[in-house]
Design a protein around this ligand. Sequence first.
Ligand code: 3H9
Length: 706
Amino acid sequence: MAPDIASPAVTSRLLGKVLLVSVDNPPVNAVGVDVRRGLVSAIDAAQADQAVAAVLIVGAGRNFIAGADIREFGQPPQPPALPEVCNRIEASSKPVIAALHGAALGGGLEVALAAHYRLAVNGVKLGLPEVQLGLMPGAGGTQRAPRLIGMAPALELMLSGRHVGAEEALALGLVDRLGRSDDTLAEGLAYAQELLAGGAAVRRTRDAQALADRAASRAALDAARADVAARSRGLFSPHKIVEAVEAALDLPFDEGLRLERTLFLQCIDSPQRAGLIHAFFAEREVAKAPETKAAQPRPLTSAGVVGGGTMGAGIAVAMLDAGMTVTMIERDEESLARGRANVEKVYDGLVAKGRLSAEAKAAVMARFGGATAYDALSQADVVVEAVFEDMAVKQAVFAELNRVCKPGAVLATNTSYLDIDVIAASISRPQDVLGLHFFSPAHIMKLLEIVVPAKVSADAVATGFELAKKLRKVAVRAGVCDGFIGNRILAVYRQAADVMVEDGASPYQIDAALREFGYPMGPYQVSDLAGGDIGWATRKRRAATRDPRARYVEIADRICERGWFGQKTGRGWYLYAKRSRSGMPDPEVLAIVDAERKRAGITPRRFSNEEIVRRYLAAMINEGANVVHEGIALRPLDVDVTFVAGYGFPRHRGGPMKYADMVGLPRVLADIREFGREDPLFWRPSPLLVDLVEHNRNFDSLNRAA
Ligand code: 3H9
């Protein structure tokens, strides 16, 4: 049979009696319209061709099929729909075998579930991750998976969205067999021939019997429903998943499929789907900074970290976890021992929880070394300093790095706000100096701001991005300014919150309103977690340069003056019972707030939760627009990723700029102008926002233009 030219994305070839159907749609074989058409015509051709006894579906390249093509969602549908494709595969009168490697996710796994036999090779990743995109499996997954592997495991897969490896897939019954080698094609063909030789018949998943124990299935369903109610606060699609899967138990297969389709389309129409898919693409887009296209990264195997405090140790752990060799520098033996202990503490915690063996810990720690003399960094490819936030101290560190490091070593500062151009200018190799702004705890937090000073070379920046990839961080390119992208915007919306507290909202109401919006914690809870002293130090630093006309709310200072820095001191905005991490509202804090209102001559007024969110978000969006306008962030999507990955912004809302687009920029601007009647200095509309509204454009138009 000649290669199928009806679809460029699917080719067919007869090998003996087996029709090899290969999905070839780079980069990840997403099921777009061409793949759907190609699969249907290949299956049709197989039915019609006497020479074909079985069909083998494989993926070309690194994956089987990564899922439906999510770029098509929200566009006019183009037939055939994927559920129909899967039904045609399942209905085949000749056995269909799927041989899986790489990603077999979402619609990709659903294609495999519609096949009659499944084989997987090592390194395969199976899963139904639709929930992470605000969706649910929509091509039969909610009906076939429970019938094939049982209610509890199927629900767990769909509600967690996690990937399953080869061994686990076999144990679950998702696949029938594992290949002995990594050669998917050879393994798949051998399996197909073996099945044919044994006279294997078609075996349809729709007829599988894993739900036979109805009572156990019902109990699993009830447990999942309760869990979703308790844990998926505000999320839409987990509820729809449970509803659809219930139909697998209660309805005939075809009716279940119809219900799945209805619920899937509701998910497609939900703003959460738009937010989550925006976040998915934005996270991939941020990695494509101009420097990564213009230059190759430098080598990256050994690293140095200067400073063994919480931040330095966290950075060291992140690097060790990525397989790098790490040398820590501290000023004396005692501090070095403390730094080492900070690193070990993380691994000891994992050992205690049974997540790491003592031997594995020893193997990691063998890559860790420490010294009190900078000369130990002479061979490091990259050095990150995480010492005290003081320009003179940082410059002294960089003078040492300049002296000892090999040519081409990337020299990074983890400063949160100091001027990196000034640091770079203080040594003879500014082309190697950049900012790597980690977030605490650095081995856990996903965000890494890569701060690009004026004189740094493109390959040093590309190395920063490469390091982020190695450390599995989400890297966002930021320009130099006080606070870069994240902390600069944070300072503004936190000010908006403080003003609301002084004007009549309680900090507890503000936290509750933002949790209702989808944040895991409100800003005052976060402040108590991070330590109020950090913000206090920043405010003191900024005091000298603060615009004397700007309103300044002193409530946080009154709290800090009492030594109430949050969880670590047992009280802050909240009161913490011994060892407790969840705080109680504190009447004494409310009394301080009251006293401050009186001192400032303010008569408190009521705020609705809706107004709190509107003001908080308007401040965030406006400063986000300024950050884009000034080129500190490359595009609005860089602001979105910063806030989703590093500041707890609810992912299902896509990020502040995406949220603004969904609300509508004219409304956001109208809010800012309305709030500006009370305080025109604070609520100055960003020129970018004004311009976009005037030209009837949104933030996303800038993402697409970039
Ligand atoms: C679904 O299936 C619904 C069905 O149940 C029902 C339908 C009716 N579509 O991540 P990478 C792009 S929902 C379009 O950097 P990796 C990605 O944007 C879907 N494009 O590579 C990037 O493009 P670019 C369920 C996609 O090796 C490029 O591919 N499936 C899709 O680190 C490389 O991606 C999922 O949720 C897609 N589905 O990781 C799986 N996937 O080069 C989502 C990727 O222009 N995907 N792209 O930046 C993944 O988890 C990872 O991409 C994967 C590869 C693990 C596959």
